[in-house]
Design a protein around this ligand. Structure first.
Ligand code: ATP
Ligand code: MG
Length: 269
């Protein structure tokens, strides 16, 4: 059965999109079949995978608003083998208002995923908007597992409280949701901010895992602009290898003790 995992953090710019893309690529490289769902009206993941948003016949907007659309109706292959995408569209920004009149508006994504035949996928990865709105709630209700990409920034730990409050409120609708843990992104291994954040997370959330950290690097910044993954664009870079480690971690063949370490010299490569 496909594992349904969201990369979620209501804080902007924590590398949700970059991580969804590159973890998908890392899993695809290991012969896993991946469906990525772009649930952000910014459509960054859709564009990063080379999809022409202006030419789309159907997107996740139709999926959420029109019961006659199923996942398969909005899904298309990408240029990367083993990765399909259900693309986003800027119209999705209007879904917030339009869903107000829909019965069970928090469950639209959940319903579509339950109705879909996901048998030919190993993973469904969801890219989320930087918001706590009705689309975000749809994601939190529909997923089985949650990964929180987090960057070393003074605000990062502070905003987590609102996220956990929201998770507390959605738990009734999704009692089996498993919060896997934090994916530290844009980590400069010698920076005080990063060291402090990692130890704060370990102390405050001992039950949550710290996934292999992604180093700060211009390669990470460039890959989405190159309309491919960093694993294809810069296959031997530290960022590509870090995302491969996350893929291995998810597949389950990496020792937990290796988590949250940054490869030596993984700075600004
Ligand atoms: N490892 C990295 N090192 C340096 N920059 C990075 C890295 N990963 C991502 N970035 C850059 O950080 C910025 C934010 O990344 P991204 O768009 O993936 O974040 P996001 O959480 O999806 O943002 P939003 O909240 O707007 O959806 C982008 O400019 C991206 O290129
Ligand atoms: Mg994004």
């Amino acid at each position: 059965m496909a594992r349904i995992i969201a990369f979620f953090n209501q804080k902007g710019g924590t590398a949700k999109t970059t991580s969804t893309l590159n973890v998908a690529a890392a899993l695809a490289e290991r012969d896993k079949r991946v469906l990525v769902l772009d649930l952000d009206p910014q459509a960054s993941l859709t564009m990063a995978l080379g999809v022409d948003v202006a030419a789309l016949d159907a997107s996740v907007y139709d999926l959420l608003l029109d019961e006659s659309f199923g996942i398969a109706d909005v899904t298309q292959p990408t240029g990367i083998a083993n990765i399909d995408i259900a693309p986003s569209h800027p119209d999705l920004a209007a879904a917030e208002m339009e869903l107000l009149n829909v019965l069970e508006r928090e469950r639209q994504l959940d319903n579509r995923l339950r109705q879909a035949d996901l048998g030919h996928y190993d993973f469904v990865l969801i890219d989320s908007p930087p918001a706590l709105n009705i689309i975000s709630i749809n994601i939190l209700v529909a997923i089985r597992e949650l990964i929180i990409p987090i960057e070393p920034h003074p605000l990062s730990v502070m905003v987590l409280q609102r996220l956990f409050d929201t998770l507390g409120r959605t738990r009734r609708l999704n009692p089996t949701l498993e919060i896997i843990g934090f994916l530290p992104t844009k980590v400069h291994h010698s920076s005080r901010l990063a060291v402090d954040m990692l130890s704060t997370l370990e102390t405050q959330f001992p039950e949550l895992a710290l996934l292999p950290a992604i180093p700060l690097s211009v390669r990470g910044a460039e890959s989405t602009a190159e309309q491919t993954s960093v694993l294809h664009y810069m296959p031997r870079s530290n960022v590509a290898n870090a995302y491969r480690e996350v893929g291995s971690w998810l597949i389950g063949d990496m020792a937990a003790s290796e988590s949250a370490t940054v490869a030596e010299g993984a700075v600004n490569v």
